[in-house]
Design a protein around this ligand. Structure first.
Ligand code: GDP
Length: 353
């Protein structure tokens, strides 16, 4: 998991450390050279100075030397020192599915942190790692945190959740996984078969529902999606069901009809949580889709699927940075139990360790 980005971030840490050590060595060599300058021939005046004054001067010189050797184990990186390394990092991030704007923001923040203070030689490693870590955590900070389970617990019932996303990203499977997660935590669920467009979508959802023992509200293929979801909400209200999970159609996100349909679904049903489901393996496509759904209907949160596979990890950074919406859950496999609440520290540890 995340091998490629991890390798690249570690290479950045190594190169920065190397550059800092090189700078320190040059700094020390220069200091040594200054210290080794031959002492000046005593001037006539100095010869006339009483020995007491000469001794005092010598003492001062030796103190300066001591201070110098103390200073020489510290250094401060400059922008110039980091130019080449940051350029390489930018390329590496882009190749790890980080969007260009997000990569630029990471570089900017990292440069500021790394050049902000003097560092002791033996603290270089932790200083560089912490600067990178803090930068990544900042990038992953949404405008508003959402803890999924807590939100469900604290919202008036039924909680209406809409799952949005392009076909094939894992939307239906994720809905089933999220249902299992909530059922395991004591909540009752009903599904709304809101994808009335794709052939087989209703049956696919019914299969998951059957496996989990969840009721599905459905109309026939081609029916009005907003009406199906409306019926499911009515049913949940009358039966005291805690959560309505609505599937939606997922043809191309750039399709105007789809966005119009989603807008209608939202207008009619006022969902409490609009979750965009993105496939972490699709990199920048997932970021682009999140942007479009956010522009079209305004998303509240993100679930990234297939994080267990060969995901490069960059799309997580970009989606949050670009939409400012939190990743709440991540898909970690094909079974119903393979879903976990997203934790920023876990993710940063994974891509940096
Ligand atoms: P939908 O068209 O968006 O509803 O996508 P599906 O739910 O049908 O999922 C498409 C494929 O992705 C299926 O084979 C799922 O098993 C698989 N899938 C979904 N989530 C994950 C995940 O987190 N990890 C892995 N490895 N596969 C997943």
């Amino acid at each position: 998991m995340f091998q490629s980005i991890r390798k690249r971030l570690n290479s950045f840490i190594g190169s920065t450390e190397e550059q800092a050590e090189k700078k320190l060595a040059e700094q020390q060599a220069e200091e040594k050279l200054t210290e080794e300058q031959p002492e000046q021939e005593p001037t006539e005046q100095a010869e006339k100075e009483p020995t007491e004054q000469q001794a005092e001067k010598k003492l001062k010189v030796s103190k300066v030397t001591q201070v110098r050797s103390a200073l020489s184990s510290r250094l401060r990186l400059s922008e110039k020192d980091l130019d080449g390394i940051l350029w390489q990092l930018q390329l590496d991030l882009i190749q790890s599915d980080v969007a260009v704007e997000t990569a630029e923001k990471i570089l900017e923040e990292l440069k500021e942190k790394l050049t902000s203070q003097e560092v002791e030689k033996n603290k270089l490693d932790s200083f560089i790692k912490n600067s990178l870590r803090e930068t990544l955590i900042d990038i992953l900070a949404p405008e508003k945190e959402i803890k999924f389970l807590e939100l469900i617990r604290n919202s008036p019932k039924p909680v209406k959740i809409l799952f949005l996303g392009v076909n094939g990203t894992g939307k239906t499977t994720t809905m089933a996984k999220a249902a299992k997660y909530l059922m395991d935590n004591g909540f009752s669920i009903i599904f709304a078969a809101g994808d009335t467009f794709r052939a087989g979508a209703i049956e696919q959802l019914e299969k998951h529902a059957h496996n989990l023992g969840v009721k599905v509200i459905k109309h026939s293929k081609g029916a009005d999606s907003a009406a199906v979801i409306y019926d499911a909400i009515e049913h949940a209200t009358s039966k005291n069901i805690d959560v309505v999970m609505a599937d939606t159609a997922g043809r191309m996100h750039t399709n105007i009809n789809l966005m119009d349909e989603m807008k209608k679904v939202c207008r009619v049903n006022s969902p409490d949580l609009k979750i965009f489901v993105g496939d972490a393996l699709t990199g920048n496509d997932a970021v682009e889709q999140a942007r479009e759904f956010n522009k079209g209907v305004g998303i509240d949160a993100v679930i990234l699927t297939k994080m267990d596979s060969d995901a490069k990890g960059g799309s997580a950074l970009s989606i949050v940075h670009e939409t400012k919406k939190p990743i709440i859950l991540v898909g970690m496999g094909q079974s119903y139990g393979d879903l976990k609440e997203f934790d920023v520290n876990w993710f940063v540890d994974e891509i940096m360790s």
